[in-house]
Design a protein around this ligand. Structure first.
Ligand SMILES: [Ca+2]
Length: 306
């Protein structure tokens, strides 16, 4: 079986760390490149965190740093959820920062996509700034992008604004460019992340599996995406989950646009489930997940890690 080549665009981030761990050790995926974008914390910190993960896993997958701020709006961050460093709670070894690619993430993505024999799947699990810049600078890459499966958005309410999910809210203009691109796009958003929960007994089980499970367990002690007792929300790994195990999900095809004008709703993904607009669907929207299947899947994935 040909492995599916992917690029992960990320802002680690504790739930990003879970997603990256799963992707690196799954036999169906070939992670060609990891690109970083300012989001959960600053670009400098998320890039450092990505390099810490590469050192931890002993992987030489290229990492390139991208946009250090959104296209237009002021940067926000989520250090209240992920801690000051974005990935606190585990004593990582110092990473080899000289291994960080010298080129910008957008150029690194461009090269990887154009040089790939197999079309690339993009998996953005942070704000969409880098992907929007890529599509504006090198529109020809569309021809060799198989699809985009992203974590972001919501069919209902938000977690950053009243109606906006964090990754879209952080850079709505970038999201608009990506959603309007015409590339096959799947949105795995809050509808899923709010149900993909890890409870204390699951964390404990992870801790005992291996080094990776122990590392995630330690990070979870600091993570404020949900509560330890009420369930930690595993947002980003659900996008990887959709790639690897779509049977866990229920989806609908719908027209989705990004609200850019609303004084209260900017960054909202307006998901037209009833076709009020009359527009053709442009997004496959994940609307439900089987939480038990998800948790069992996650634990099986972490078993494959070191
Ligand atoms: Ca993220």
């Amino acid at each position: 079986m040909n492995k599916r080549p992917i690029i992960i665009d990320t802002d680690p981030g504790i739930d990003d760390a879970v997603a990256i761990a799963i992707a690196l050790y799954d036999e169906q995926l070939d992670v060609r490149l990891i690109t970083t974008v300012a989001g959960n914390v600053s670009l400098e910190k998320v890039t450092y965190n990505a390099m810490r993960l590469m050192k931890f896993f002993g992987k030489d997958i290229p990492v390139a740093a991208g946009a250090d701020r959104p296209l237009i709006k002021e940067a926000i961050d989520a250090s209240d959820i992920h801690g000051e460093t974005g990935m606190g709670g585990y004593d990582f070894e110092e990473p080899d920062m000289d291994k960080l690619l010298k080129e910008h993430a957008v150029n690194a993505m461009y090269k990887e996509i154009t040089n790939s024999v197999q079309p690339i799947t993009l998996v953005p699990i942070g704000p969409l700034t880098n992907i929007a810049l890529l599509l504006r600078m090198y529109p020809e890459v569309k021809d060799n992008i198989h699809e985009i499966v992203l974590m972001g958005g919501s069919t209902a309410r938000g977690n950053a604004g009243v109606m906006a999910e964090f990754n879209i809210f952080a850079d709505p203009e970038a999201a608009k460019i990506v959603f309007d691109s015409g590339i096959s796009l799947t949105m795995v958003g809050l509808d899923i992340g709010l149900k993909a929960l890890i409870y204390p007994e699951d964390s404990q089980q992870l801790k005992e599996l291996n080094r990776t499970g122990d590392m995630l367990y330690q990070l979870f002690q600091r993570y404020r995406g949900g509560g330890l007792k009420t369930g930690l929300k595993m947002y980003d790994s659900t996008a990887i989950g959709y790639l690897l195990n779509p049977d866990m999900f229920e989806t609908v095809d719908a027209f989705v646009d990004i609200e850019l004008e609303g004084s209260l709703t900017k960054g909202c993904t307006v998901v037209d489930l009833k076709n009020y607009t009359g527009n053709k669907p442009n997004v496959t929207v994940a609307v439900d997940i089987d939480p038990v299947q998800y948790k069992d899947w996650l634990i099986e994935c972490i078993k494959k890690c070191i």
